[in-house]
Design a protein around this ligand. Structure first.
Ligand code: SF4
Length: 314
């Protein structure tokens, strides 16, 4: 168990602007980067330890203590989002964590998961404690599933779909299914039709189309153009939407934040200047100053995707 984290590797990060969740205060309960999958589009980078074994990766009480301290500063968030640098359902005490969050706050809880362990009843019971569960389904065929996700042994598309169907039958909250599309890999019309059939069986409340806007684990992963995403959204149906832009800046700055806060966010995912300005409620010039300093130190690197420059920890 990792109980020796210091402030620079804290368990919570943000709030960061999320295209789905508004202002999202992230809680990270699995160290980078342990996951059941090794997705080609992963923003955290390649998986260093593939596993499907649930463990006590870190001390849940320490996570809750830190979260309690953060909440006491008066920060505002629309969601507390459990996810981060690996697959959160791999933590054996995910359910205890959600119970603990409920005791601290009435902010809604979301779980970001790849859905690969929902075939297990203990994982379904833990996830069912959340308000919103956001699983992923990007493929309808085994070959595409293997190519996109490079899963650990024992994880198959059949198991993922049947776990999602079972979870839908049991879960009273909302399921927002994410479909992550990679140009030239899983966008062909026949594949989308097959996906649509699976989505009908799973009956999510919403379907969100996402693509590789940010830098990915593999350099050749390309984003799907906006017009193709719109066409696929129409093909899938009325509860399907392309994920929109982050919310506009406007949150009052609750406390002075410094480079360590920026680094804490960038450790989890690459961000643009706007992401940091909005998420941390910081002044734009101040963010630019910190980013330049961190780049000069060699701590972070920048990478252009389309019209946007993203920053990530080296
Ligand atoms: S995108 Fe999610 S599921 Fe895929 S490798 Fe990264 S953390 Fe794991």
């Amino acid at each position: 168990m990792d109980t020796a984290r210091d402030k620079s590797t804290s368990y919570t990060y943000g709030p960061v602007p999320s295209r789905r969740l508004g202002l999202s205060l992230g809680v990270d309960i699995v160290p980078p980067k342990i996951c059941t999958l090794d997705c080609v589009y992963c923003q955290v980078g390649r998986t260093t330890r593939k596993s499907a074994v649930r463990e006590d990766f870190l001390d849940i009480e320490a996570v809750l203590a830190e979260l309690g301290e953060r909440l006491q500063t008066g920060l505002k968030a629309d969601f507390i989002t459990i996810g981060g640098s690996g697959e959160p359902t791999l933590h054996r005490r995910l359910g205890d964590l959600i119970d603990g969050v409920r005791r601290l706050t009435d902010i809604r809880v979301a779980v970001l998961t790849n859905g690969t362990l929902l075939f297990r009843s203990d994982v379904r019971a833990d996830c069912a404690k959340a308000d919103v569960v956001i699983p992923t389904l990007d493929a309808a065929e085994a070959t595409v599933f293997e190519a996109v996700h490079r899963p650990t042994a024992g994880i198959s598309i059949e198991k993922v779909v049947s776990g999602l169907e079972q979870f839908r039958r049991e879960f009273q909250g909302e399921i927002w299914l994410e479909v992550f599309l990679v140009a030239g890999v899983n966008t062909e019309a026949g594949q989308i039709e097959q996906l649509k059939d699976l989505i009908r069986r799973i009956r999510p409340d919403k379907v969100h189309l996402n693509t590789a806007v940010r830098p990915a684990a593999e350099p050749d992963v390309r984003a799907v153009p906006a017009e193709t995403l719109d066409a696929i959204a129409r093909q899938i149906g009325e509860n399907c939407e392309v994920i929109g832009a982050p919310p506009a800046a406007g949150q009052e700055r609750p406390e002075r934040r410094a480079e360590s806060d920026i680094l804490s966010v960038l450790r989890r995912r690459p961000c643009s200047v706007e992401d940091i300005v909005t998420g941390l409620a910081m002044d734009r010039d101040e963010v630019r100053e910190h980013l330049t300093h961190l780049e000069d130190l060699g701590t972070i690197a920048s990478e252009r995707r389309g019209d946007t420059m993203y920053f990530r920890v080296r």
